[in-house]
Design a protein around this ligand. Sequence first.
Ligand code: SF4
Length: 390
Amino acid sequence: MANMNSMKAIIDECTELAFDLNFTKVKQWKAEDESRVVVGHLPIYFPREIIHAAGGLPVGLLGSGDRKEIIKGDAFYQSYICHLPRGVIELALDNHFDGFDGFIFPSICDVVRNLSGMFKITKVGTFIKYMDFPQNFQKHIGGTFYISEMQAVLDKIKKINNVEVTNERLNHSIGLFNKNRELISEIYDIRQDFPWRMTAIDLYHVVRAGLVIPVEEHNEKLEAILTHIRRDIGEPVDKIKILISGSFCEQPPAGMIKTIEMAGCYIVEDDFILGSRWIIGDVDNTTGDPLNALADAYLNKSTFSSSVYDVDDPKGARIAKLFRERKADGIIFAAASFCDPALLDRPIMQNACEKENIRYISFKYSENTGQFKVIKEQVGAFSDSIKLWE
Ligand code: SF4
């Protein structure tokens, strides 16, 4: 009983952390030591290890969800783009990022590129870095470029706190994030077979909390969660297992995740907080060249999403493989409205499903969607139809 109470306490704390738009814990962490820096980063493919090694806290920025009314953000953007950047600029203009030293904008789409320009204009933080990713996956070209981009970030932080980032520091940070990915991955593996042991929304909150606290602290929480769900707890319900794809950047509202599970599905795989899971497996932290190891992880160990060029490793085949590995019954393509990368990829992904006889449904959402009735009916019908066919 005591264990269940502590699991609930961890989940409650993570739920609070995940949606704290004032970044209270981040600001407390920074106040404890004047050499500490806080660097906000947009999703995804950003190696948080380098910020940690430089004495910083990488803070994942995912917009304002359904927790803030957007007024100024709408004046910055045309109506036919996604919601995430409006929320982020609104937070910036309302001083939620006070105390942040820098901001990284990974090159995942044009909207994020434009957002980096808006941050420059509004002069938030000490540095703004638009981080370009290589489209060439050859080590001596794309790898070299990725290293130069990481080095540029480190140079900017050094100007602020003068911390010398050694290979030892980098390897240590890589080790901590390897552990973090390994723990999250074990939770997903357990949920694949026993999804009733932890709901998808609880898992979502726990993983999302890791974007705003030090990785050491997050690892402790994940270890505690694992201790609980390795045990035979809860009772299975007659639901299908599904994989969600397309939610890698702007996040679905929490109510949507709950609705999907309540409408007859166990979510056993997703791309919700992909920034915490984009490297598959470990980054080698035993070499004398950790930046090279991080570049190698980007080139050779990164997961697929619509924001990265798939070269010789087509996403359609990769999603079908993931579907089989997770022993899922169907796929839900859920993407943010006006998310060009996800929506342009959708026909390719759906074609792959049809070729492989994988059942799927598709819909769009906005991070501040408040009505889930239509989604509930669509998902419920999907779940029922799969159960009937089975
Ligand atoms: S939701 Fe899509 S379009 Fe919007 S910022 Fe993210 S990747 Fe870009």
